[in-house]
Design a protein around this ligand. Structure first.
Ligand code: FES
Length: 180
């Protein structure tokens, strides 16, 4: 497909702005609308997705505002490869993986984790924040830009109620699974 570079660039810039991509505080991915529903029924996943979308919008968390210059970005993932006890939901950069993310559980994740900065331990089965990648090649210009960028408020390790110590055999199994 032939692309018009100028209009593509304009469209990309427009979407970066309209989606608030440079002001994302957290990214929530939910297994939904699966090609092969394994962790839950397709309908259950779609109910959860609709709830997540609606509530982020209602609470004005999906767009940066003057009072809150950061936003929560959401993505419908076809399958997050855990394929059990779904819908599966993961929150980055915190790296918190949730099971059974029904609308009811999503409401708790929104209120307690996304707003209150406290992991919903009843449903978290793994906490694995991605390590800082200081080995990745990054140009000086990009590095300077990143350093100068005004970061939205981030969750701090002190604020995270860690669930590193498994409290149930079920959680232990998943932790082992993810650590390979
Ligand atoms: S089908 Fe939901 S994680 Fe794979």
């Amino acid at each position: 497909m032939k692309m018009n570079r100028a209009s593509d660039k304009t469209l990309l810039e427009k979407n970066v702005h309209s989606l608030g991509l440079n002001q994302i505080q957290r990214h929530v991915l939910l297994c939904a609308d699966q090609t092969k529903p394994k962790c839950c029924s397709k309908q259950a996943s779609l109910d959860s997705w609709d709830y997540l979308k609606t509530r982020l919008k209602q609470l004005k968390l999906d767009q940066p505002t003057q009072e809150r210059p950061s936003c929560i970005f959401r993505t419908k993932a076809n399958c997050l490869r855990v394929c059990a006890s779904g819908p599966i939901l993961v929150v980055y950069p915190d790296g918190v993986w949730y099971r059974n993310a029904t609308p009811e559980v999503i409401e708790r994740i929104i209120q307690e984790h996304l707003i209150g900065n406290k992991i919903v331990e009843d449903y978290a089965f793994l906490v694995h924040p991605l390590p800082e990648s200081d080995q990745s090649p990054i140009s000086d210009a990009a590095g300077a830009k990143r350093a100068n960028r005004q970061s939205p408020p981030q969750i701090t390790p002190e604020k995270i109620a860690r669930v590193d110590q498994p409290k149930s055999p079920w959680r232990k199994i998943f932790q082992r699974f993810w650590k390979g």
